[in-house]
Ligand binder design. Structure first.
Ligand SMILES: Nc1ncnc2c1ncn2[C@@H]1O[C@H](COP(=O)(O)OP(=O)(O)O)[C@@H](O)[C@H]1O
Ligand SMILES: [Mg+2]
Length: 310
């Protein structure tokens, strides 16, 4: 039995339960009978797994900003990360996932094989994006696609992009729609929609105010963190949770966090430099977390202007 069949069996036998993630690899998320989140422990080509990163984070000051990590569970040969369920109350809530940073992929995931499916995904977002050669070929590499996503979304410009939103009504914004959000104005209206979605219960201005406090707190803790100094934060997200009596922002998704080159820890793990055969290269240095911090600053200013909008 392969891994996906094993997982189906675990669900069928009620060992684990389906979990509706707002975005990401949705087949990676489950809950156990105690309501704990189980996320498939991904191991990249360099052998590093997300669980290892979370374990390290738990002994850093940043642990208060992330879901608590409860170790690994091996079920029928499938390895899961056990972690705190951040959205377990049965209250109405709005949830938003915002990916931080200007370059959201690792060189190790880059793959130069030409793929027709990724070409189709690209033209779905922007039919003018392919070059003449790509149009003729109707294929692109994964590297080209991932870089296109960063350039076409707000990631390169603002160092963050909205990956998923679910509103109190249960309505989930279409991925195809979110993928086309590319300007500061478009993203501002998304944030506005998010903070207004629970307005029968809380004033949107109050939501903005509390979110800004949480973001400043995460920024300040990151600036004191030794882990943050030594590791490049690639592909991490902020999960925003708004319910009547709770507003929370937590940092999630550490599968692409890697030790930096020249850091005091192992340098061989870092694989975050820019692709060399790229048409869409950016000039920013990848050997620090400046883009991650800029993303937080830009989010703070976007929520500040969103709060004025109300
Ligand atoms: N600890 C958690 N509690 C509740 N929901 C979570 C938790 N971790 C992840 N999720 C849900 O799963 C989504 C994707 O999570 P993420 O870790 O970014 O996965 P991926 O690696 O597939 O991108 C989040 O947007 C959120 O909806
Ligand atoms: Mg993610």
């Amino acid at each position: 039995m392969d891994e996906s069949q094993q997982i189906k069996k675990l669900v069928r036998t009620n060992t684990i339960h389906a979990f509706d993630a707002v975005c990401g690899h949705t087949k990676s998320f489950y809950t156990d009978s105690d309501g704990i989140i189980l996320k498939k422990n991904s191991r990249a080509a360099d052998g590093i797994s997300e669980a290892e990163i979370m374990k390290k984070l738990m002994s850093d000051v940043l642990h208060v900003c992330i879901p608590s990590y409860y170790g690994i569970s091996n079920l029928n040969g499938v390895e899961f990360i056990k972690m705190e369920h951040l959205t377990s109350t049965n209250n109405e809530m709005s949830i938003m996932d915002v990916k931080l940073g200007s370059k959201t992929y690792l060189r190790i995931e880059e793959n130069n094989k030409l793929r027709a499916d990724l070409y189709q995904k690209m033209i779905k977002v922007d039919e003018t994006a392919p070059t003449e050669i790509e149009m003729k070929r109707e294929t692109i590499s994964k590297l080209r696609y991932l870089d296109f996503r960063d350039c076409r979304s707000t990631s390169r410009k603002l160092c963050f992009r909205v990956e998923g939103i679910r509103l109190t009504t249960g309505e989930q914004l279409e991925k195809e729609y979110l993928n086309r959000i590319g300007t500061r104005e478009e993203v501002a209206s998304l944030l506005h929609l998010f903070v207004s979605s629970i307005q029968n219960e809380i004033d949107p201005q109050e939501v903005c105010f509390q979110i800004i406090q949480k973001l400043k707190n995460i920024r300040d803790i990151a600036n004191q963190s030794i882990f943050f100094k030594n590791y490049k934060f690639v592909g991490t997200s902020l999960l925003f949770i708004v319910e009547a009596d709770r507003i929370d922002v937590k940092l999630i998704d550490f599968a692409k966090v890697r030790a930096m080159v020249n850091s005091s820890t192992s340098s061989s793990e870092s694989q975050t430099d820019n692709p060399s055969n790229q048409t869409h290269q950016s000039n920013h240095s990848n050997n620090n977390n400046d883009d991650w911090l800029t993303g937080i600053e830009n989010l703070i200013s976007s929520f500040q202007s969103s709060s004025i909008l109300n």
